[in-house]
Design a protein around this ligand. Sequence first.
Ligand code: NAD
Ligand code: MG
Length: 380
Amino acid sequence: MQNVAILGSTGSIGRQALDVVRAHPDMFRLYGVSAHSSEAAFLDILLSERPQRAVFSRPLSTAVFGVEVSNGEQALLDLASDPKVDVVVMAISGIAALKPLLSALRAGKRVAIANKESLVCGGNLVKEVLQRGGGELLPVDSEQSALFQCLQNGRRDEVEKLILTASGGPFFRRPRAELKDITPAEAVKHPTWSMGRKISLDSATLMNKGLEIMEAARLFDFPGERIDVLIHPQSVVHSMVAYRDGTVMANLSCADMRLPIQYAMTWPERVPSPARPLKLWEHPDLAFYRPDMDRFPALKMAYACLKAGGGCPVVYNGANERAAALFFEGKLGFLEIEESVAYALDRFENRPMGDLDDILGADGEARRLVDEFYMTRSKV
Ligand code: NAD
Ligand code: MG
């Protein structure tokens, strides 16, 4: 029996992780949960699931009988490293996941990680902890889980390329000129996946795929030149690995995040899952296209950041997080998200990221640069 802590339990991944835990009462016990907002949804989880520990960012307005509730950042780090926890599901969004991730790994936990921002920004720190023997990192992001599974079919030196698939988002077929006036409501309507609003927006701007290029490089230690992206609008093939003899291993399933969440929790075992089985005959139209790098600057910038290293990936992420927030506030237009990321990258003086303070410093700088972009542009 494994004790599970779900960090970010009220979110899209968090709620699906709860489903996985509920589906396997013989394997998993929900020990702890955390959340940052949506107090009502969080209280519902506490009342229905009765975990032992709960962490909310602020004090809760009411006590819950039988649940030990605490609040604040330190409490979150303590839950991530609680000796009673075996598996941490990292379902927090944004760079906020980095500290609890490091805390969980240092305490030797298995971390089923959905959050990509922390890996893009803190990849080196995570690698150091893993090399020192801390914990285990299992990918949840569907593309990374697919790569992880396909990589089990051969030796590393036999691998030619990692091929990430991308749905292309809701505007894949729209001319760029039409994208200027896209509203937040249109941008978060993802064609194949139902997800939190920030990652849905990232899928529409292709910033999500940019982050995933860097995430794959961090997780599997591959250079950008050996990571390709293919547009695959149906989201049935979740990613592929090309081997040197010409064989391509692909991972296929219905678009249901409970599958990669569960696999990260049960690996190396496979057990029945709540996901619907794939009926390939329902998808006679599987298609693949090479992305046009000029049409998708988010991809081009991600490859450049990966190559430049240092703080560039941190700035790519931080600028995007800030620009996404401004877009949702109605202050930036859709195409201005990538423009403001480019603005921040152009002005950032790149330097090595030695420790957490360096990373958080570069992240803050990226956010300030996006605010500056917004201020200068609103004066025009
Ligand atoms: P979401 O917005 O639905 O949920 C985020 C959760 O994190 C919530 O519980 C929220 O309270 C918590 N949170 C937010 N800010 C926090 C902070 N500063 N400190 C502590 N907790 C905080 O997000 P999501 O769609 O579930 O995505 C979570 C992560 O998983 C993201 O990094 C995303 O890129 C990744 N991911 C999501 C999907 C998906 O299908 N939703 C797929 C692949 C990867
Ligand atoms: Mg993904």
